[in-house]
Design a protein around this ligand. Structure first.
Ligand code: PAF
Length: 285
């Protein structure tokens, strides 16, 4: 595996691969890799692409009250995992390499930014869309891989690619869970043992809501109320949001007739966890 933190070096390597007719697959990450990331990489490798993984903790997507310096990092361990996973290039730029001067150009993502995680984290998705757009220009991938755990992020990137006519295929990879159901996240390391145990209520309540939908429940507000009640009953988690939204455009839903996203964000101690479930219309009887 080649490694670089320099854009021109990366560019030379990619141009050489493109000349050989290779297709380029990009897996953008912020590092501190877990099995969820490795699954993204497996999907990328399965396409036969030349796989580039970026590790960059992007300051632009952290709010003033969010602790950027607290974000977990371990580049050496990440590099070993990527090498074992058969990744071709690790691109790990510094902040100076990505933002040699304060950026005045941003990618705005309109209303998709105003709901769910965007409502609680103003500017977050603008930061994500801006850095992903920069990474797309730097790497020039044919396809890029995003986890469905960050469903809103995935939709925003898909929409950005469509709105800006970028020739990049956005591939969604299903959520990877621990055996007990907890969605994999770099933030899970911050959970105390009892918080981690209580956090299992998230996947369980989503599962239950999915079953209720399948057995005919159609009221979005009722589904939300049931999820909230279960979280309150079984944990000390502080709910940020629990929402049922249209799975295509995140618009509000009252009576469920189309595929929906069941999405939630809950704080356990100082750690904010998100999880979601997409319920497809054809599984609704
Ligand atoms: O999902 C993430 O890890 C980040 O938001 C991303 C896509 C790498 C952009 O910084």
């Amino acid at each position: 595996m080649k490694k670089t933190s320099h854009i021109p070096e990366l560019h030379d390597w990619i141009v050489a691969e493109k000349k050989l007719g290779r297709r380029i697959g990009l897996v953008p990450t912020m590092g501190y890799l877990h099995r969820g990331h490795l699954t993204l990489i497996e999907h990328a490798k399965q396409t036969g692409a030349f796989v580039v993984v970026s590790i960059f903790v992007n300051p632009l997507q952290f709010g003033p009250t969010e602790d950027l310096s607290r974000y977990p990092r371990d580049l050496e361990r990440d590099a070993r995992l990527l090498e074992d996973a058969g990744v071709d290039i690790l691109f790990h730029p510094t902040v100076e390499e990505m933002y040699p001067r304060p950026t005045v150009t941003f990618v705005e993502v309109g209303e998709l930014d105003q709901v769910l995680c965007g409502a609680a984290r103003p500017g977050h998705f603008r930061g994500v869309a801006t850095v992903v757009s920069k990474l797309f220009h730097i790497v020039e991938p044919d396809m890029a891989f995003f986890g469905q755990k960050d469903y809103q992020q995935y939709l925003i990137i898909k929409r950005m690619v469509s709105d800006l006519n970028l020739r990049i295929k956005i591939c969604a990879v299903p959520i990877v869970r621990e055996e007990d159901g907890l969605a994999m996240s770099s933030r899970n390391v911050f959970l105390k043992a009892e918080e981690r145990q209580e956090a299992l209520v998230l996947s369980r309540s989503l599962q239950e809501a999915g079953e209720n939908l399948r057995s005919g429940q159609r009221s979005a507000r009722e589904i939300e109320a049931q999820i909230r009640a279960r979280i309150h009953r079984e944990s000390h988690g502080v709910i940020d949001y629990v929402e049922v939204r249209d799975a295509e455009d995140l618009s509000e839903v009252t009576d469920i007739k189309r595929p929906v996203l069941l999405a939630l964000a809950v704080r356990f101690g100082t750690t904010r966890l998100i999880d979601n479930k997409v319920v497809e219309v054809d599984t609704i009887v």
